[in-house]
Write a protein that binds this ligand. Sequence first.
Ligand SMILES: Nc1nc2c(ncn2[C@@H]2O[C@H](COP(=O)(O)OP(=O)(O)OP(=O)(O)O)[C@@H](O)[C@H]2O)c(=O)[nH]1
Ligand SMILES: [Mg+2]
Length: 389
Amino acid sequence: MVLIGRTLTAASKTGSHVGGGKFAKIRSKFVDTLRIYVRGGPGGMGLPRQSGVGGKGGAVYVQATHQITSLKAVKDAFPEKRFVGGAGGNSKSRKILGERGKDVLIPVPLGVTVMTDNCLMIGEVLEDKDKLLVVPGGEGGAPQNGWNGLKGKAINLTLDLKVIADIGLVGFPNAGKSTLLKAISGAKPKIANYPFTTMRPEIGTIKYEDFRQITVADLPGLIEGAHINIGLGYKFLKHVERTKLLLLVVDINGFQLSQKNYHRSAIETVLLLNKEMELYKEDLLYKPVVVAINKMDTPGAKDKVSELTEQLHTLDEVVKQLPEDIRPKRLLRFDHVVPISADKAHGVEKLKQVLRSVMDLYDDEFIQEVNQENRIGLKSRKEKGIQLV
Ligand SMILES: Nc1nc2c(ncn2[C@@H]2O[C@H](COP(=O)(O)OP(=O)(O)OP(=O)(O)O)[C@@H](O)[C@H]2O)c(=O)[nH]1
Ligand SMILES: [Mg+2]
């Protein structure tokens, strides 16, 4: 058995071929961060003669809405990316208390984090209608400011989207993630026989007979070196952060990007995904994982699957054969391994039930514990009697 060959980051024999140039353009087209300018509205003038106070300027808020699913939609709707609160009304003898300036609401998808240029996090909006104040309006003219309304504060902000779904599909390109999403949910993602068909996360929903619904995020394929921006890069890994369960989709035949690249066997793709996630954020490895071994309808698949299942069950032993410097420090633990043929919908019903059972087992509270206090993750998984293969 050949494991990995050279190094994990040696994605291709030619190195730069898959890295910068070819995919940089595609990567840059994908909007999942957006820089915006926001300014609070100016406060209205006071009226010293009659002790009249000017109206406060309008504030700017970010508000999550189900109706928007990407930051590109925000960019398209507001190409100038400028959001300024309305001016507060001046105090007049007829209307002694100046009118409040109009607030501005920036509609964004669920899962947006708002940050300043110094990477200071202002907050995040995760649920529908969550509203976050990003900049207040200026105070109206009053005795303490010499009756002159104050200007609103102006700042540049970065909106950063991480999709929210119960399950994240993780796998090499062409493994059949989108085909599987289509088979288990009502979604209609693009499917094609070439790598990097999926360019942005797409969410589908699995519906069960008892009306339970589980959301699944189809993500772009990852290849070795993703953490140093090879292929479509690491930016998609962040979307895995907010999922509760990882569904690894593995092509039983492995993966080869092109003639110039190494062929990776199925077990190598699993180890490479393990390493990429570890290099991106080790916490990801504490999430429960289900493996779908796909393309079981292809010639020779049945012979290969028992060896692969054995390897997945004894990953500790398998990695001992790897050179130490490229060995994952922490190994994924697989809760279930399910052979499927996403294309023919074989094994898909069983997979749906398995996903359901794992999701039910990991109640929300427990998932949070795993995510936040990941140090005790595996230990408490064992304590809760969850089977680790
Ligand atoms: N024989 C066979 N082919 C499959 C199966 N599942 C998917 N495919 C094919 O594999 C190719 C890739 O499928 P996709 O679903 O687009 O793969 P993906 O993992 O989403 O790929 P990226 O979006 O590029 O990461 C397509 O030609 C599919 O028809 C399967 O179970 N058996
Ligand atoms: Mg796809």
